[in-house]
Design a protein around this ligand. Structure first.
Ligand code: NFS
Ligand code: SF4
Length: 644
């Protein structure tokens, strides 16, 4: 009997089913890894050179340094900094592909891609110092794309989007010399500095860690988000459906899994063509059902309202339903277990990116240049697989949600489309209806009960009048739990927040998109500062961030750029840094002093909520807007409801 793995009933249902069939999932493999390596968990093993691998004895009886003499501080810092570099690389390389797609769209109108949001194009052009007067959309788009591509290879100066941050924040970054010069440059320098025998001061390593992380949040990720909006449209609120129940018994199910919408947008187009739909019917299906998984899901949900099948830990379960004709993957968070698993079912696993191939999967190279024909061929392959279906068992669970809260959408929702401004949000924070704002983001991890951390944390935050903005797998978790429906405000939010939600007509939990869209949160926070009344810098705002169930290196890059932007950020489960007290002190107390934002680690979700709310209250007090609001303790009834 499989219980206690997830708060999502669809997961429990399918795990029970595989229990009878001896199929392996991420949960089984996670158990097989126990007990995990303590050195790894503490971050004190080093494989940087071949005199090692080395490890530090945290209890002081064994080795205190590696063979080269590296201390725990240095080893932990290098490992952490390399996670930042890898995470920043993943987000930024995604941004590079989007810039290439924009360039293609501008140069070749017959490519299938086009500028969908000319207004945003002009706005972004202005930020990149591209002239817009008396120029065609096409001309502007070419310049914007080329300028964006230049930012990756820029060697000197400052990456341009830094200027969107509040002035005092920019000044602080300049003083600390952590303004990114170019995206690729910072990632390369991070790797260089952390090779054997280069940077050997944990604080200095982290200065470059900060610069690298900023090159992600205010660089690569921001380029990805902004250029995707230009190409595919800036999201605005729309309805969608989420969870494995969105898979269809009668239609050809195609699951789009991975991260980059450059391919999935084209698959949306192809799957809607009459010829394709008729082909599906000729194979005995009712039609074509395109659904998303992980961040690709968030991208196509935000812009088309397409259904979301699940978050990262549900990718194997989608296959296990027996209802998936094809799973199309590109890059990131795609489990290597999929080829073996798909062989047990009729599902075709199709890799599409030259960067991400899998032994045992079909490879159908997708390039921006032959986008639509390749998309059609992939859809056709899925359709032809429909007659091979065997037993299908789709869980019933699915939930409605409202998504599409780009920072522009939040603006117009709060202030009306003509005078969009963050002023109404700030006023509601000042008058205390809204206590503060929290970003709750990141992955899921089988080390803890799937989705539970996200859902419990967010419920506790909104019960305490904290408005929550979400991205990534965390957003999917809370959507599945019904926290993004219009009714959720009345049901779960505190009185003040519920009142604001009712007036404006928004849920208390806002879905802002995929993980690269965390850059939207950076922009929203900067705009809140600009709107006035809440201090002069992001660090003055009553806001906090969290990633309760993180697993990816990308989450570490995100955490560091939030902290470096002045946000108090709590991670659940544990950070692989505890092997050095000095390094953890640096990330927490010393970062707080230096950057006005800091890291915290708190595996207990209720204590995590308390930390965030206390921090928000502290900021309210500093701003002189505290009205002595009591923290609502999560009552036992609410906890019991969530118990698994
Ligand atoms: Ni973000 Fe999106 Fe999910 Fe984590 Fe992976 S899908 S980029 S890394 S697991 S939230
Ligand atoms: Fe060991 Fe130093 Fe080599 Fe790391 S860099 S493996 S600590 S000798």
């Amino acid at each position: 009997m499989i219980t206690g793995k997830s708060v999502d009933a669809s997961v429990t249902y399918l795990l029970e089913k595989v229990g009878q069939e001896e199929i392996e999932t991420v949960w089984h493999r996670s158990e097989n890894q126990e007990p995990r390596c303590g050195f790894g968990e503490l971050g004190i093993c080093c494989r940087t050179c071949n005199m090692g691998p080395c490890r530090i004895d945290p209890f002081g009886e064994g080795p205190r340094t590696g063979v080269c003499g590296a201390s725990a501080e240095v080893i932990v810092a290098r490992n952490f900094a390399r996670m930042i570099a890898a995470g920043a690389a993943a987000h930024s390389d995604h941004g590079r592909d989007v810039a290439n797609a924009l360039l293609l769209a501008a140069r070749h109108p017959d490519s299938g891609y086009a500028v969908r949001d000319a207004f945003k194009l002009k706005k972004v052009a202005a930020m990149l110092d591209v002239t817009v007067e008396n120029r065609s959309t096409q001309e502007i788009a070419i310049d914007v794309a080329e300028k964006a591509l230049e930012i990756f290879g820029q060697q000197e100066g400052e990456i341009p989007f830094i200027r969107r941050a509040p002035e005092p924040r920019q000044a602080l970054w300049r003083r600390l010399n952590v303004v990114p010069r170019g995206i690729d440059r910072e990632i390369v320098e991070m790797l260089h500095r952390t090779t054997m025998g280069t940077d050997q001061d944990h604080r200095n390593i982290m200065l470059q860690g900060t610069r690298t992380a900023l090159s992600d949040g205010w660089g690569g990720s921001m380029i990805a988000t902004e250029l995707q909006d230009i190409l595919f449209g800036t999201p605005s609120p729309l309805r969608g459906e989420v969870n494995l129940g969105v898979l269809s018994e009668r239609d050809v199910n195609i699951v789009l899994h991975g991260h980059e919408p450059v391919l999935s947008e084209m698959l949306v187009v192809a799957s809607r063509e009459e010829e394709m739909v008729n082909m599906a019917k000729s194979q005995g299906a009712g039609g074509i059902n395109l659904v998303g998984m992980c961040c690709t899901a968030n991208e196509i949900l935000m812009r088309h309202g397409l259904p979301v099948a699940g978050n990262v830990l549900q990718q194997e379960l989608a296959v296990i339903t027996g209802a998936v004709e094809a799973m199309i993957v590109d890059v990131q968070c795609v489990m290597p277990s999929l080829p073996d698993l798909c062989r047990c079912y009729h599902t075709r696993l199709i890799t599409t990116s030259a960067k991400g191939r899998m032994t045992g999967a079909l490879h159908r190279p997708f390039s921006e240049e032959n986008a639509l024909p390749s998309a059609r061929a992939i859809v056709q392959e899925a359709i032809m697989n429909f007659p091979n279906r065997r037993r299908v068992d789709i869980p019933r669970e699915k939930m409605d949600l409202i998504a599409g809260f780009s920072h522009e959408a939040i603006l117009s929702m709060l202030g009306g489309s003509f005078r969009g401004s963050y002023l109404p949000l700030n006023s509601n924070i000042i008058n205390g209806r809204i206590r503060g704002v929290a970003g709750v983001v990141g992955c899921c991890n089988p080390k803890v009960v799937h989705d539970q951390g996200h859902v419990e944390l967010v419920r506790e935050l909104i019960a305490n009048d904290v408005l929550v903005i979400q991205t990534g797998c965390s957003a999917i978790a809370c959507a599945k739990a019904g926290l993004m429906t219009p009714e959720s405000a009345a049901e779960y939010a505190g009185k003040g927040l519920a009142e604001v939600c009712r007036t404006v007509g928004m849920p208390p939990v806002l879905h802002a998109g995929s993980c690269v869209d965390n850059s939207r949160i950076l922009v929203a926070l900067s705009e809140m500062v600009r709107a006035g009344g809440l201090g002069k810098d992001i660090a003055d705002l009553p806001v906090a961030g969290a990633a309760p169930e993180w697993m990816s290196e990308k989450a570490i890059a995100i955490g560091q750029y939030f902290v470096a932007s002045g946000v108090f950020t709590v991670f659940g489960i544990g950070l692989p840094v505890k092997g050095s007290e000095a390094f953890y002190r640096h990330l927490s107390a010393e970062h707080e002093k230096m950057l006005g934002g800091s890291w915290a680690v708190e595996p207990d979700i209720h204590r995590m909520a308390a930390l965030m709310i206390d921090h928000i209250d502290l900021k309210r007090k500093a701003l002189g807007i505290d009205k002595g609001k009591e923290r609502v303790l999560y009552d036992m009834g609410m906890r019991r409801e969530l118990a698994v």
